[in-house]
Design a protein around this ligand. Structure first.
Ligand code: C2E
Ligand code: CA
Ligand code: CA
Length: 400
């Protein structure tokens, strides 16, 4: 099979260029140009030459790979990037993050010598993205607009399943808020949660999410769907000492047992008043409400949190999950997190399980629960029942 994809190779070592071009040809990629000089590569792209993929070495004498990516971003390159290097894999990983920070479409990073299977796996990502990299429009909303939307009942929850890795059985769902904006359509939380936190709207936002979630849970329980529900709470919600009582009262009103409810806490910044938060978190646990450390591995003081707070679930951030089976660094961090959680008697959840390889990896590591696009994307409540039926047929743990 040959493809029309145009690939530009940049490496100061002529032998490496030849070798890579040959490997690509073997995979059907024959429309390849190669240069030993990063400045020439840049000139080619800047001249408007339609390049779909740049594969670039990091260590180059005149202009290194990081500089080249920066310049490519500034000339408006929208194709894909693959980084190649003989350096430490961790440098490669960091370089990948640099490229992502320029909003570049990074397919992956490869260590030299490049294993053919790895090359072919990474290039599989090319099919879906050639010249169609959608730039997510990021509009910001004022606090006044947001407050109006919340009070007008425009927030809706989508729900993403969490499943048991060993059996494939559904343990629960996580509630993820969206704003059904009257003119902009469905707006995602990364476009309004920070505003809610900064302008003192997070309590009314969480209350709305909580009420919608609890009402929906009651409907599911009544329909015989036996699940747990998780709600995301911000550290700012944990500044109000009456929070646990409010949650308990609301759950009672909607008729949902407290042990069905889990709160996922992300520490996106340092706790302003750690003592109040400790008081609140401990009281939530005393009420048998589940507590989960969200985005584990990315926060400010994850280890101190584990020591001090009676969390019963640890959710490893998706940055350490997807692709961990191919990357010894990610795998090391993932397994260490799991080991720590087990020692502390906590249940483990891996988020960002995007493909079968991620799922198989989890089975081997003994992680308890999994969540991610491989299982399901977040969906509106009314779709859950049909999804459950479909999952029952396809679920990996099913003995047929
Ligand atoms: P989170 O709690 O870490 O939620 C997971 C996010 O990852 C969700 O994005 C989900 O759609 C996405 N995701 C799930 N599976 C996969 C996967 O396999 N691959 C990839 N790449 N992504 C996956 P979403 O819905 O846009 O939410 C973003 C963040 O907004 C959430 O991150 C959470 O921190 C925050 N958030 C959502 N709802 C609420 C809420 O009600 N209250 C608060 N305070 N924060 C919320
Ligand atoms: Ca979460
Ligand atoms: Ca997360």
């Amino acid at each position: 099979m040959t493809t029309t994809v145009k690939i530009l190779l940049v490496d100061d070592e002529p032998f490496a260029l030849k070798l890579l071009a040959r490997q690509l040809a073997g995979l059907g990629y024959t429309n390849v140009v190669a240069t030993e000089v990063a400045a020439d590569a840049l000139a080619l792209v800047a001249s408007g030459n339609p390049i779909d993929l740049v594969m670039c070495d990091l260590q180059m004498p005149e202009m290194d790979g990081i500089e080249l990516m920066r310049h490519l971003a500034s000339v408006g390159y929208t194709g894909a990037i693959v980084l190649v290097s003989g350096e430490d894999v961790r440098i490669l990983h960091t370089a990948q993050m640099v490229a992502q920070s320029h909003h570049m479409n990074v397919l992956g990073a490869l260590s030299k010598p490049i294993p053919p299977a790895e090359l072919s796996r990474i290039l599989e990502g090319l099919a879906g993205c050639v010249k169609t990299v959608p730039k997510r429009v990021s509009k910001s909303y004022s606090a006044v607009e947001l407050e109006h939307g919340i009070l007008a009942g425009q927030l809706v929850n989508h729900y993403q399943p969490k499943v048991d890795v060993a059996s494939g059985l559904v343990q629960g769902v996580e509630s993820l808020v969206r704003w059904g904006h009257p003119s902009d359509g469905l707006v995602y939380p990364d476009q309004f949660i920070a505003t809610a936190e900064e302008h003192g709207l997070i309590n009314i936002l969480t209350d709305a999410v909580m009420t919608n979630t609890l009402r929906q849970t009651r409907l599911w329980l009544d329909a015989g769907i036996d699940i747990h529900v998780a709600i995301n709470v911000s550290m700012d919600n944990l500044a109000a000492v009456e929070f646990p009582d409010r949650v308990a009262a609301e759950a009672k009103k909607e008729g949902v047992p407290l042990n069905r409810l889990e709160l996922e806490v992300t520490e996106s910044r340092l706790m302003r008043d750690p003592r109040a938060a400790l008081d609140i978190l401990t009281r939530l646990r005393l009420k048998r409400i589940g507590l989960s450390v969200d985005d584990f591995g990315t926060g400010y003081s994850s280890l101190a949190q584990l020591r001090d707070i009676p969390f019963d679930e640890l959710k490893v951030d998706r940055g350490f999950v997807h692709g961990a089976c191919y990357n010894p660094q990610l795998r090391g961090i993932f397994e260490a997190s799991l080991g720590m959680a087990k020692h502390l008697g906590m249940r483990t959840v891996a988020e960002g399980v995007e493909d079968e390889a991620d799922w198989e990896f989890l089975r081997l590591t003994g992680c308890d629960l999994a969540q991610g696009y491989f299982i399901s994307k977040p969906m509106p409540a009314e779709r859950l029942s049909a999804w459950l039926t479909a999952w029952e047929i396809r679920r990996p743990g099913l003995v047929r």
